[in-house]
Design a protein around this ligand. Structure first.
Ligand code: ME8
Length: 528
C-alpha cells in the first residue's frame, strides 16, 4: 500500500490559534488515523509560518522582538495539538535552519533553470493574505477575505515565471478529476487559470523594507516572499526533496480551507513543475467555520477558543461535533447550542444509551462476559446486512473526506441497534428463560458495538478506546490499534471473542444541559 503523507497548513503565528485552525488539524489527524486503520503507513504534519510582513507587524504591536514573538507564538500552536489529541509527526517552523536550507536550494535550482527573473511590478497587496490581488479577484475594491482595501505596492523584485506553467497546470487539473476536491474548488481553480494570462509570481521582498525572511541565495539584498517560503515547509517536514523519506512519502496530500486555495492550487503546483518534481496527489479543500454569521477570524474578533470549547463537553465530543456538523467543502455555523444539541442527540442519547443499556444487560444476563451466540434469525440477518452497508458506506465516505455523511451512515447502524434492543427485548427473553436467544441478541449487539467503536477511533480516539476496553478488546496503549484494523470489518461478523470480560456500564456521554442564565454549557444529569 502506498504510504500516506498529509499536510495541514502551517499557520501564521500572528495571533493565538482558534477553532478554525483546530478544525483543520483535527481533520488531518482523523484522516491519518483512518489511513492507518486501512493498513497504510501514515503521517501528517503542520507547523508555524513565521515570516512576512504580517508577523513583523504583529510582533511590533506586541512590543516584542520578532524572534521572541515567533518563539512564543509557535510554542502556543505546537502545545495545542496534543491537547486536542492531534498527533502531527512533525512541526515545521519556517524560521528554522533546516527550512532555510530547503528554501534556498529550491530557489537556486529554479534560478539556474531560468525561471526566476528580476523586474518591476506594481499591484494591490493584502497583508492579511500576504499576496497580490488582481482587480478581478477583489470584491468592491476590497480583499474578499479580510474586507480591507489592499495597499498598492510598486517595487523592483524577483519574479517566478508562473505564467509559463499555466497551460500545463490547467491540463493537469482537467486530466485528474481527483486532484482538487470537492469539485466546486476544482472548478474555482480552473477559473483562476481561464482567460487572462497568469501574472508571474513576485517571490522576493527588498531587505530595505522587510528583512525578516530567508535571504535569496542569489541576491543578499532580498528575502524570499512568505508564500514561496511557506509552501516548501511541506518538503522540510520530509527532510527536503533529496531525502530518502521524501522519496518514500512524496507525492502527498494537502488539506486547507478555501482561503488559501490559490497558493495551493496555482502557486505550489507550478513551483513543483519548475523544479521538475512530482505534483501532490490531492488537495482537500474545506469551507469556513462561521461565528455570528461571519468567517471566524482573528481580524474580525469573533473567534472561538478551541481548548475551552473542547473541554466543555469533552475532547472526543468536540472532535465528533466538528467532523459531523461541517459538510466538508461547505461553511458551517459554530454555536455552543449546536454543539449541545448534537452532543445530546447523537452521543448521549444514541451512542451512550446503547452502550449503557447493553452493558447493563450483559452484566445481568451473561455474568459480564461476551456470550457465545446461537443461530441467527431473520432479524439478525437483516441487522447484519444493514451493518455491512453502514460500515462500507462509512469507510467509502470517510476515505472521500465526506466525514459528516460517513458519520451519518454509521449512525444508521447505531440507531438500528437501539431499535433492535427494543424489538428483541432481552428482558423478556430473560424472563422466559430463553438463554440461547438472549445470548444471540446480546452477542449481536456487542459485536456491532465493537465495530462501531472501531470505526470511531479516528474521530474520537479516547472514547472509542474506552468503548473497546469496555467490550473486552482493549487497544494496545503503546502501539495503538493494529494497522489495517478496519479491513474486512464491513463484511465479517463474529470477531468479538466469546468469553471476553465486559466492563460494567458507565455513563460515556452524560447528558448536557444548557445553562442559559450563565451562558455556559455543562454536563448535567446522567442519561436515564
Ligand atoms: O494561511 N474556518 O495561515 P492561517 C475553517 N500561513 N478553517 C479556518 C478558519 C475558519 N474560520 N480560519 C482559519 C495561512 N482556518 C498560511 C498557510 S500553508 C503552506 C501556509 C484554517 O493562520 C484553515 O485551514 O491564516 C485555513 O486554510 C488556515 O487555517 C489558514 O491559516
Amino acid at each position: 500500500m502506498t504510504p500516506y503523507y498529509l499536510t495541514a497548513p502551517i499557520y501564521y503565528v500572528n495571533a493565538a490559534p482558534h477553532l478554525g485552525h483546530a478544525y483543520t488539524t483535527i481533520v488531518a489527524d482523523a484522516m491519518t488515523r483512518f489511513a492507518r486503520l486501512t493498513g497504510r503507513e501514515a503521517m501528517f504534519i503542520t507547523g508555524a509560518d513565521e515570516h512576512g510582513d504580517k508577523i513583523v507587524q504583529a510582533a511590533a504591536r506586541s512590543g516584542r522582538p520578532v524572534r521572541k514573538f515567533t518563539d512564543e507564538m509557535s510554542a502556543a500552536f505546537r502545545a495545542l495539538w496534543p491537547e486536542l489529541d492531534a498527533e502531527p509527526a512533525r512541526f515545521v517552523r519556517t524560521s528554522s535552519p533546516e527550512h532555510r536550507e530547503v528554501v534556498r536550494a529550491f530557489l537556486q535550482k529554479i534560478y539556474e533553470t531560468g525561471d526566476i527573473y528580476f523586474g518591476e511590478y506594481g499591484g494591490c497587496y493584502c497583508y492579511g493574505c500576504e499576496r497580490f490581488y488582481t482587480e478581478k479577484e477583489l470584491e468592491d475594491g476590497v480583499c474578499p477575505q479580510h474586507r480591507v482595501k489592499p495597499e498598492y505596492i510598486n517595487e523592483k523584485n524577483y519574479f517566478f515565471r508562473m505564467s509559463r506553467y499555466q497551460d500545463r497546470l490547467k491540463q493537469h487539473i482537467l486530466d485528474n478529476p481527483g486532484f482538487i476536491r470537492p469539485e466546486r474548488y476544482r472548478s474555482e481553480a480552473l477559473a483562476l487559470l481561464e482567460g487572462d494570462i497568469l501574472d508571474d509570481l513576485c517571490i522576493s521582498r527588498p531587505k530595505a523594507r522587510l528583512d525578516w525572511g530567508i535571504e535569496l541565495p542569489f541576491d543578499p539584498d532580498y528575502v524570499c516572499y512568505v508564500w514561496f517560503d511557506a509552501l516548501l515547509a511541506y518538503f522540510t517536514a520530509l527532510g527536503g526533496p533529496e531525502s530518502a523519506e521524501f522519496k518514500h512519502f512524496w507525492p502527498g496530500e494537502h488539506l486547507v480551507a478555501k482561503d488559501i486555495l490559490k497558493p495551493h492550487a496555482v502557486f505550489w503546483p507550478t513551483m513543483l513543475m519548475a523544479a521538475g518534481l512530482p505534483l501532490y496527489s490531492r488537495l482537500h479543500v474545506h469551507g469556513y467555520w462561521l461565528s455570528r454569521a461571519a468567517k471566524m477570524s482573528k481580524s474580525i474578533g469573533n473567534v472561538v477558543p478551541p481548548l475551552e470549547t473542547a473541554r466543555s463537553l469533552g475532547l472526543d465530543a468536540f472532535r465528533y461535533f466538528l467532523l459531523r456538523e461541517m459538510r466538508f467543502g461547505s461553511d458551517a455555523d459554530f454555536s455552543e447550542e449546536a454543539l449541545t444539541v448534537r452532543y445530546n442527540a447523537d452521543l448521549a442519547n444514541d451512542l451512550g444509551n446503547l452502550f449503557s443499556r447493553v452493558l447493563t444487560m450483559a452484566a445481568r444476563y451473561c455474568s459480564g462476559k461476551v456470550p457465545a451466540p446461537g443461530a441467527d434469525t431473520e432479524t439478525e440477518r437483516d441487522l447484519k446486512s444493514l451493518a455491512s452497508d453502514s460500515l462500507a458506506d462509512f469507510q467509502r465516505l470517510f476515505a472521500g473526506s465526506s466525514f459528516s455523511d460517513a458519520l451519518e451512515a454509521l449512525w444508521n447502524l447505531v440507531r438500528a441497534l437501539n431499535k433492535y434492543v427494543d424489538a428483541s427485548a432481552p428482558w423478556t427473553l430473560a424472563a422466559a428463560g430463553d438463554q440461547e436467544r438472549l445470548d444471540t441478541v446480546l452477542y449481536t449487539l456487542l459485536e456491532c458495538m465493537r465495530k462501531t467503536a472501531l470505526h470511531l477511533l479516528p474521530v474520537m480516539p479516547g472514547k472509542s478506546a474506552l468503548m473497546l476496553a469496555q467490550l473486552g478488546v482493549p487497544v494496545d496503549e503503546k502501539e495503538g490499534p493494529p494497522s489495517g484494523a478496519l479491513n474486512g470489518e464491513a463484511e465479517n461478523f463474529g470477531l468479538l471473542p466469546a468469553g471476553a470480560p465486559l466492563a460494567p456500564a458507565s455513563n460515556l456521554f452524560p447528558r448536557a444541559e444548557t445553562d442559559k442564565s450563565k451562558g455556559r454549557i455543562g454536563k448535567g444529569r446522567a442519561t436515564p
